[in-house]
Design a protein around this ligand. Structure first.
Ligand code: FAD
Length: 342
């Protein structure tokens, strides 16, 4: 049975440790419980919101109305597959990593290597922690997820934003998913095209009613040498990412387009570079929210006392200054939950 609470503070369910209360909080442990919780909410005309690891959201100080579902459905099944494949080669066009940034912007291109091997399909509950999935699949001799080592959150959250690690996007390894379809109040199996993956983007960002229940990924069953290399990469990646500030939601802004980069004659498309070098906003503080001096695209919560309002004001300041100085609209990478206009 899912765990249910009322009037629960959501700050403890986010890496930023920011956010007001949920009217009702339900913790689910399987895809079946997840579906049943959504369908019950819909039958009762109650809005529902899903949270994975809460590592890419800003939750309003007023909290979220209706049911907030904490997704802990973490079953992993190896489905198998025999087809020999080579490099999965459908990288997203506009990546943030085409160029070499300074080391502060964490591209880790030196860790990249070409993978090959037999295609193996695995199925994961969408609440599976990414770190757990990486550990388990590498243990089974399956590589692919190592690029995302050190990124917090669940595989459902990873799909929502099509996360990136170095030169790789999560969508490269995606096969299909079972979703909850709000139009029919039923489940549906969907293929890759459905998600319209882009840089830090998928169809889920524009349709928050769709909930991913289970995900199928295509990973590589390579030789021992490749697997050892992938394990080493995962460790090295996580080690380097540890230096990133933790009481944050990762990067707040998407990097700019190649076109804007060239128009403004910038050496990089990195939003962190703009905030640091062009705007000089590192260390800028509003309330207890501060632009990190370790990574300028991160906003840190000092002493767990920052409010969502503090963070919002800092985000707006950065956007205004970027518009004024460079004529660029900096887009946010994170989700805003519980605000009037999301
Ligand atoms: C220190 C740090 C480093 C980071 N580094 C990176 C990085 O290198 N690369 C990168 O891309 N990101 C990075 N991130 C951002 C973040 O970790 C990822 O976006 C992560 O995949 C979010 O997963 P989550 O489970 O925490 O999602 P949440 O924050 O819980 O949710 C994010 C959004 O997804 C929706 N959602 C969650 N689960 C589902 C589901 N099953 N179905 C439908 N919608 C769903 C939520 O409603 C919400 O709108 C970093 C964050 C931190 C704090």
């Amino acid at each position: 049975m899912p765990k249910i609470e009322e009037n629960t503070l959501l700050s403890k369910y986010t890496t930023w440790q920011i956010g007001g209360k949920a009217d009702i909080l339900v913790e689910v442990e399987s895809a079946k419980e997840l579906l049943a919780t959504i369908q019950t909410a819909v039958e009762q005309n109650t809005p529902y919101t899903i949270l994975g690891g809460g590592s890419n959201v800003l939750i309003s100080d007023d909290g979220i109305r209706g049911v907030v579902i904490i997704n802990k459905s973490n079953k992993i099944t190896i489905i198998g597959g025999e087809e020999e494949i080579h490099i999965i080669n459908d990288k997203v066009e506009e990546t943030r990593h085409k160029e070499i940034d300074t080391e502060k912007f964490y591209t880790f291109q030196d860790l990249d290597f070409a993978e090959s091997g037999k295609e193996t399909i695995i199925e994961l509950g969408s609440g599976t922690g990414l770190a757990f999935a990486i550990r388990q699949t590498l243990r089974e001799g399956l590589s692919g997820l190592q690029w995302f080592s050190g990124i917090p959150g669940t595989v459902g959250g990873a799909l929502f934003n099509n996360i990136h690690g170095g030169t790789h996007h999560f969508s490269e390894y995606f096969d299909s998913a079972v979703i909850y379809d709000p139009e029919t109040n039923k489940t549906k199996t969907v293929q890759k095209e459905f998600f319209e993956f882009g840089y830090d983007d998928s169809v889920l960002r524009n349709n928050k009613g769709i909930i991913v229940l289970t995900i199928r990924l295509k990973l590589y069953k390579g030789d021992n040498k490749q697997n050892e290399h992938a394990k080493w990469t995962a460790k090295e990646w996580a080690k380097r990412k540890k230096s990133q500030p933790q009481m944050t939601c990762g990067c707040v802004f998407k990097n700019i387009s190649e076109k804007d980069k060239q128009r403004c004659k910038l050496p990089t498309a990195s939003a962190g570079y703009i905030i640091d070098k062009e705007l000089g906003l590192v260390g800028k503080q509003i309330g207890n929210a501060i632009v990190s001096d370790k990574h300028a695209n991160f906003i840190e919560n000092i002493d767990k006392k920052a409010t969502a309002n503090n963070v919002m004001k800092l985000i707006e300041l950065i956007q205004t200054k970027t518009r004024e100085k460079l004529g660029i609209e900096l887009e946010t990478e994170i989700s805003f939950l519980g605000f009037d206009e999301e």
